[in-house]
Design a protein around this ligand. Sequence first.
Ligand SMILES: Cc1cc2nc3c(=O)[nH]c(=O)nc-3n(C[C@H](O)[C@H](O)[C@H](O)COP(=O)(O)O)c2cc1C
Length: 332
Amino acid sequence: MQNNPGRLCEILKIDYPIIQGGMAWVSTAELAAAVSNAGGLGIIGSGNMPPEILRSEIRKARELTKKPFGVNVILLNPDVDRLLEVILEENVSVVTMGAGDPASRIKFLKQGNNEIKVIPVVPTGALARRAERNGADAVIAEGTEAGGHIGDLSTMVLVPLVSSLVSIPVIAAGGIADGRGFVAALALGASGVQLGTRFIASEECTVHPNYKEAIIKARDRDTIVTGRSINLPCRVIRNEFTREYQKKEKEIILLEGEEFQNARLELEEYAIGRLRLAAKEGDMEQGSVMAGQSAALINDIKPVKQIINDIMEEAQKYFKKISHLGEAILEI
Ligand SMILES: Cc1cc2nc3c(=O)[nH]c(=O)nc-3n(C[C@H](O)[C@H](O)[C@H](O)COP(=O)(O)O)c2cc1C
């Protein structure tokens, strides 16, 4: 299929092909509703929510917007099946799902509501194909530039690869924060974009103000990836927590067998609660300040509506510039 932003907007019933990525502890009903009200698709991040909290968050979002919004689930979450039941009971129209194999959960959701749109996050071409075969309505191809838990491939390689492998719409994520990124994503074969880090630095995001400031201050080499050695790579802004974590990682890679497994579990436990510490309490040294490389491109806190309008206006400007470039290339 040719990429088609208009078709993606039709499928999701939105005005602009801009999705706010689900973010545990960060994308609450307030942020999701603001993005949906501005014509994008807001997504509640359920990663930190017990099922009944998710239910009240969905109901809160419904009070704040009449537009469609979605919920993101983390497939590794032990509560995932109960969360999906709540999503069906509350008649949510879009579900995105990350960190795992989505196949059985797509089927479960579609059996419960054949109108529901299910969109897995995929870090590889193989998983994109599997998602399509099992009934996904679109896929989010998320490159390693993104904030939070990530895969290995860059957006630049993953988006064209996935676009050539599947015929459902592809949404590009990872490293996109402005109109240039939007235009580039479409040029690579995407029909829309998903942004996480850019929306954290918005007025409506309910994270602690220190978190937003950390994103604005971050420069190009300030995010690092922790957890590669234990197969849990996560992009965060470097601080005291990441320095200590990386020290522990260096010790772990020398271990083997049961000793390695125990040390791995200890390291996972060491990171528990750190995102909450950053997002809710504003601890920028001991918390896990998950953010993407795009933090380097973000210099201000804006209302969500302005973020979306600026991306669309810039995109129009860059598309014009590209048409000049096209003429220049033809002359070569
Ligand atoms: C703080 C933070 C938390 C995130 N939590 C989740 C999550 O719970 N589930 C998920 O699928 N993706 C999660 N992500 C990824 C985002 O949904 C989105 O795909 C990503 O931020 C896009 O890349 P960008 O940060 O470069 O815009 C998270 C990202 C951040 C920055």
